[in-house]
Design a protein around this ligand. Sequence first.
Ligand SMILES: NC(=O)N[C@@H](CC(=O)O)C(=O)O
Length: 429
Amino acid sequence: MSLVIEGASLLGEGTTDLYVDDHGMLVDSAPAGAERIDAAGLVALPGLVDLHTHLREPGREDAETILTGSRAAALGGYTAVLAMANTTPVTDTAEAATRVWELGREAGLVHVQPVGAVTRGLGGEELAELGLMHRSRAGVTVFSDDGRCVHDARVMRRGLEYVKAFGGVVSQHSQDPSLAGPAACCHEGELSGRLGLPGWPGIAEEVIVARDVMLARHTSSRVHVAHVSTAGSVDVLRWAKARAERDGTWSVTAEVTPHHLLLTTDLLTGYDPTYKVNPPLRPQDDVDALREALADGTIDAVATDHAPHARHDKEHAFVDAAFGMVGLETALAVVRTALPQLSWPDVARVMSVTPARIAGLADQGRPLTPGSPAHVVLVEPDAALTVDRDASASLSRNNPWHGRSLTSRVVHTVYAGRVTVRDGALVDA
Ligand SMILES: NC(=O)N[C@@H](CC(=O)O)C(=O)O
């Protein structure tokens, strides 16, 4: 089905029509008999790319499936998501990665790119089948034990050396388990003491970030820092990026989540487990440093860390509840609300272009010009959006934005020329 998107403002500038042929490619003139989408007043961006999504399939289809997570992604304006490896079984073989990739294709709403585990079973000891996962049909290039830190420096070094052979990258969940163990569930500070909650100090993240950039430098490889949450990590990244640029032989990239850009640790005073997340919400000083780092490019990308959980895992006393919050459907609005000064080209950079580059997805994050695949999101820039967790396409309801008012609304999403979301509603296959 060909398409004409009429009167969109490209990255917030001017007004343009976009033409899509029936192969799902942007072309330079209107195909005959094309379906029309009125995009007057809407900003057109390349489809969003999420470096960090938990889709829970296989194993926890009560919390999310590849189909329901793909629906949530499309509603959020995404055309590609990277599905984290901490499923049951873990994505640590070529077969497992290929299966996730196939289920994504069957769902057909976004490109689902599997992330491979760094270590077998996320055990932290033995490298997983990195090369076989890369050579599989899924073509895995991003590897992560997310949910756990690759805490053994020797294993991290070997992982970085291994992925270098094919231009892969290790995405690290930076949490030194000797400084923040499994019980640590709240930013360590005066408030955690008052609430009687085990603390997760910022230094537990920062020492791993510092170690990993040195390992990446030593191995001439690529490290990506998942969900950066502290000002101290930003300081390390600033130094490391300057150093990597001078050396020209290695690289470090980093992502921040929408929730770490807007929510602070004060929300924990009510012991509501909705706000329990890993890494934990931090104080305002950290939030300010993260915003500044995203705006100046020290942090490269926004990644949702969409972490759906079934009620029976989340609705517990704070210390016993699962870590994580959903985020695919609200990410763009949260970024716009947290950083209203960010230009549309910058929004496209941090939510589409750079994440696509980091993940090696050549078809995604492309300029909206003829010859590119038609992955497009159309946004109503100043709409006030009141979040209703029960209107979500996700199977889970652990939504920290419920009842909040955010700025910007995803109106239409086009994936490979196919309208997946029209007027804010899913167009299912
Ligand atoms: N980010 C989260 O709070 N949760 C993640 C894993 C993790 O990083 O703990 C999950 O898989 O639920």
